[in-house]
Design a protein around this ligand. Structure first.
Ligand SMILES: *[C@@H]1O[C@H](CO)[C@@H](O)[C@H](O)[C@H]1NC(C)=O
Ligand SMILES: *[C@@H]1O[C@H](CO)[C@@H](O)[C@H](O)[C@H]1NC(C)=O
Ligand SMILES: *[C@@H]1O[C@H](CO)[C@@H](O)[C@H](O)[C@H]1NC(C)=O
Length: 355
């Protein structure tokens, strides 16, 4: 064996070792559990997705409060973004285009002329690498290439899920721009039903959203650019109200699908609280980003999920903290541009309790 052959042999051996040496090198779909006591969360590396979360009710009975699929392989076919991380830019970019520093970028539209949730193959549609997995925490990373779905620049993305106290799930999303200025807006897209994923609709859940304004949209759900007070509209959840109390007034929309301007801006602050009377479960979300998309699963129809249960419209709610939709085309919205060497930081804390 000459020197070149020996080098090749060694590199093939190293490759085989790294492929067989556990989760971080493996390209296969995995299921990973993190837990503390009986508070347990499961994830898959497909889309860095939360696939289940077990939470006790007021009597101590556990239920899985996240919608999802029976088999992890079904996530590769999902079109609802169940539990995944969406990006590079969550929500819509009007006309699937934008200009940064005088350079015009055309993206691949995937909803009429617009781009939704990062495009045809967004961050929810790729395998992430598991970079850390301990009993109560897990971290995923993904390298998004320059030009992916039309976005400029290489981006190093990571998300860390950790149980930081009993019934407290912390989510930290980071994205470092390596070489070009790019918009970044990540969102965690879990469909929550704190009565249990298979308990039916969420219309009787009581919700409070700490946003005094919202960003109204056109017929294609692209923001007009205005910030409007929630006062006197069905969007006013400053005081606790059931989700169903005014949902019929939203016709022809099928339910809530709106970005709130959170009071408190970019500070870490309470964004929303949900209460399910039957189980007594309460879920609170705090976040450091300025917006919150409140979505009531309007387009989920006949989706067969865990245990064969069939999910229908309003069978869950999403609390997608994020920057404002289409911010890259609205100079009056908080900027989402991340410049080379800078890091995007998005923190979420979900706290569960009972009444
Ligand atoms: C879950 O743990 C809590 C706190 O230790 C306890 O009160 C509850 O009974 C447990 N529930 C089950 C089903 O084990
Ligand atoms: C994905 O969808 C296709 C078409 O409906 C189906 O044939 C396939 O079995 C699905 N795969 C999984 C893993 O569910
Ligand atoms: C959902 O299922 C019902 C009953 O089988 C059917 O009537 C309806 O057309 C389906 N809707 C969609 C969007 O698939």
């Amino acid at each position: 064996m000459n020197k070149k052959m020996a080098g090749l042999f060694i590199s093939i051996m190293m490759m085989m070792i790294s492929l067989s040496s556990g989760s971080s090198a493996s390209k296969a779909l995995g299921v990973y559990e993190v837990k503390r006591g009986n508070f347990s969360a499961k994830f898959t590396n497909w889309g860095a997705t939360l696939i289940s979360l077990l939470v006790p009710d007021r009597y101590g009975n556990m239920a899985d409060v996240a919608l999802g699929y029976q088999s992890v392989y079904e996530y590769t076919n999902d079109t609802s973004y169940f539990g995944s991380i969406v990006g590079r830019v969550a929500n819509r970019i009007g006309g699937a285009q934008f200009t940064i520093d005088g350079i015009h970028y055309k993206l691949k539209p995937n909803e009429k002329n617009n781009m939704l949730h990062g495009g045809v193959i967004g961050f929810s549609d790729v395998l992430w690498k598991v970079t850390k997995h301990e009993s109560d925490r897990i971290s995923f990373s993904y390298h998004s290439c320059d030009g992916e779905e039309g976005f400029p620049g290489d981006l190093e993305v990571s998300v860390s899920y950790a149980i930081v106290a009993p019934y407290v799930l912390s989510i930290r999303m980071r994205a470092k721009s390596l070489n070009k200025a790019t918009p970044v807006n990540l969102a965690q897209h879990t469909y929550w039903n704190i009565g249990g994923h298979n308990s039916g609709d969420v219309l009787s859940d009581v919700i409070q959203i700490y946003g005094s304004q919202y960003t109204p949209t056109d017929d294609n759900l692209i923001p007009t650019g205005k910030l409007v007070s929630v006062k006197g509209t069905p969007y006013d959840f400053l005081e606790p109200q059931t989700i169903g109390s005014r949902i019929a007034q939203l016709l022809p929309l099928r339910g809530y699908d709106m970005n709130y301007v959170l009071d408190g801006g970019k500070k870490m602050k309470l964004a929303a609280r949900v209460y399910n009377e039957k189980s007594g479960r309460v879920m609170e979300l705090s976040t450091n980003v300025p917006g919150l998309q409140f979505y009531t699963a309007n387009y989920v129809q006949n989706v067969t999920g865990k245990g064969g249960f069939v999910y229908q419209p309003h069978s869950a709610l999403c609390l997608e903290s994020q920057g404002f939709p289409d911010s890259v085309n609205h100079p009056n919205f908080p900027s989402q541009i991340v410049r080379p060497g800078k890091t995007y930081k998005h923190n979420m804390v979900f706290t569960f309790s009972t009444r």
